[in-house]
Design a protein around this ligand. Structure first.
Ligand code: SG5
Ligand code: ZN
Length: 266
């Protein structure tokens, strides 16, 4: 199961090249992430800006932030949903992917071969057809993930609303409560320009169940904030004699075969 994905598996003998042995979908079709390059992009005038419902969460509500040994995840409110997709999708959780302090690459999706520093994923499930995320996650129309590319720039007070809690989830299985805030603050100002394609979960079991929306414009966080993300957490438990840093938890880009990515901008 996913818990064994812990000691993350992106590199080494049990790294992502070995995923298909245990998780056949990882070697299958519609895999993510991918590189966005000219030859596969097609403008689609039907791609409207998404609408966010219930994303402004009152500070009296609380989100649980948890280190599960391969990423850091924050559970979201079932009152949060997105409209303007083929179905109504309800938010489940957000998490991040990043590199390490010695390199500038940590994003999963790339643009013209270029990596960004890190990437935020907000995972939603098709609540029109499925009762919960578990039922939805292996269905072709089950999930919708929003992705935000992160790059270095000025300090982000919005991202800090999550990042300031990393010191309380340093080790595997640690949890902390985060006061509610407007989750839309984590998205770029330009919500109208994005890449859209059908892909997969980027970790085992790699189900081809995700309608991806990757925003064109990156969001900036400071060098210090990125360093905090890259160095704050461990894949291992507090008392583990061999601590393992949580770094490089991004998957390499996948073959795009005969597919197209639709873009909302020219
Ligand atoms: C991360 O990415 C998430 C997974 C997520 C996969 O590994 O893990 C964390 O954030 C752990 C703290 O989330 C979970 O394990 C919660 C169920 O898997 C899913 O969201 C399955 C529905 C893959 O998600 S991704 O394709 O957006 N990267
Ligand atoms: Zn992810």
């Amino acid at each position: 199961g996913l818990t064994n994905v812990s000691l993350l598996i992106h590199t080494g003998p049990d790294g992502e090249k070995a995923w298909p042995k245990k998780y056949p979908f990882c070697g299958g079709v519609f895999q993510s992430p991918i590189d966005f390059h000219k030859a596969i992009l097609q403008y689609d005038s039907n791609l409207l800006p998404l609408e966010f419902i219930g994303y402004d969460v009152p500070s009296t509500d609380q989100f649980t932030l948890i280190n599960n040994g391969h990423s850091v995840k924050m559970y979201l409110s079932p009152a949060m949903s997105i409209r303007n997709l083929p179905f109504e999708y309800t938010a489940s959780q957000l998490h991040l992917h990043w590199g390490n302090q010695n390199k500038s690459e940590g994003s999963e999706h790339t643009v013209g071969g270029k990596h960004f520093a890190a990437e935020l994923h907000i995972v939603h499930y098709n609540s029109e057809k499925y009762p919960d995320i578990t039922a939805a996650m292996d269905k072709a129309d089950g999930l919708a993930v929003l992705a935000v590319l992160l790059e270095i720039g000025p300090f982000s007070p919005s991202y800090e609303k999550i990042f300031r809690h990393f010191r309380n989830v340093k080790y595997k299985d640690q949890k902390v409560l985060v006061p509610g805030f407007n989750v839309q603050e984590l998205l770029p100002d330009r919500l109208d320009e994005y890449y859209r394609y059908e892909g997969s979960l980027t970790t085992p079991p790699c189900y081809p169940s995700v309608l991806w929306t990757v925003f064109r414009h990156p969001v900036k966080i400071s060098q210090e904030q990125l360093l905090a993300l890259e160095t704050a957490m461990y894949c291992t438990e507090r008392d583990d004699p061999e601590p393992l840093e949580m770094v490089d938890n991004f998957r390499n880009v996948q073959d795009f075969h005969e597919r197209l990515v639709f873009i909302s901008f020219r």
